[in-house]
Design a protein around this ligand. Structure first.
Ligand code: ADE
Length: 266
């Protein structure tokens, strides 16, 4: 997978040299290039921002450096490419669609992703219109809070997407068993010693009864999800849950109404 990141703070993205993503780059599984937007600003001060039309606080990123920068990673005539085969341009923004594991899986299938990190009050809106003729443009938010720029969001997204690219994670089973992979939070994990400062590992995990261990873990997933993220269970198709799951849910006060799981009344 090819990834191009554009930023006025390329040093921010140095973390992509580390750990699993750094190793995947060395192995050639991910080809990540970080570009300094200022390399595409050609006025005397290499400026990338200007005051907003209509007034208001702060500065807005100028369009021309963005067009030059984004063009530099397109094949000769990006506008000629079939819309479906165009690279995806992710524009981190609190005004975007919220990033989640499903979107991470979707983007992990792409051959070429570009990320445009905005700063200040944002990027001149015409850049997105221009880019929509050359990329599949996707404004994406990390969550309902405001960061100073897109760089931290890109670090999070590239890590979440990159680890789903085949070969990046040594043991692909760890992807299957983790939080969100089946719409539930992950079960709790423990290691030695079995008794630590008066806290004991649940007894069932110390024996070799694999069916009992699996049932215990599944129950913990449901309990955790119900207590920490109840909206993930509300409205879930009862047909997608086992009889054992439904018994656990019922013990937690859930009921099935018109085939859907519903939370205990307030
Ligand atoms: N830039 C500023 N805030 C952001 C957010 N919440 N998500 C993605 N990019 C951002």
């Amino acid at each position: 997978m090819r990834i191009d990141v554009f930023s006025i703070f390329p040093e921010y993205l140095a973390a992509l040299d580390l750990s699993l993503i750094g190793k995947a780059r060395q192995k050639g599984l991910l080809e990540v290039s970080v570009h300094d937007l200022r390399d595409f600003a050609f006025d005397r001060h290499r400026s990338v921002d200007d005051t907003p039309y209509g007034g208001g606080a702060g500065m807005v990123m100028k369009p021309e450096p963005w067009a030059l920068a984004l063009t530099s990673v397109l094949p000769d005539d990006g506008a000629a490419a079939e819309p479906d085969s165009r690279p995806v341009l992710v524009v981190p923004s609190p005004a975007g669609r919220v990033f989640d594991q499903a979107l991470a899986y979707e983007l992990a299938e792409e051959e070429h992703l570009a990320f445009a990190c905005g700063r200040y009050e944002g990027i001149d809106e015409r850049v997105l219109e221009w880019a929509a003729e050359r990329f599949r443009v996707m404004p994406v938010s990390l969550g309902d809070y405001v960061l100073n720029g897109g760089e931290v969001a890109v670090l999070a997204m590239v890590e979440a997407i990159g680890r789903l690219v085949p070969g990046v994670i040594g043991n692909p089973m760890s992807l299957v068993e983790e939080s969100h992979s089946d719409g539930l939070l992950e079960y709790p994990v423990y290691t030695k010693p079995a008794s630590w400062r008066g806290y004991d590992v649940p007894e069932v995990l110390l024996g070799g009864n694999h069916a009992a261990i699996e049932a215990f873990r599944r129950e913990e997933q449901l309990r955790r999800t119900a207590s920490r993220r109840p909206e993930m269970l509300d409205g879930r198709d009862a047909a997608d849950l086992s009889r054992q799951d439904l018994a656990v849910a019922s013990g937690l006060g859930y009921s099935v109404v018109d085939g859907k799981l519903r939370p205990p009344a307030e």
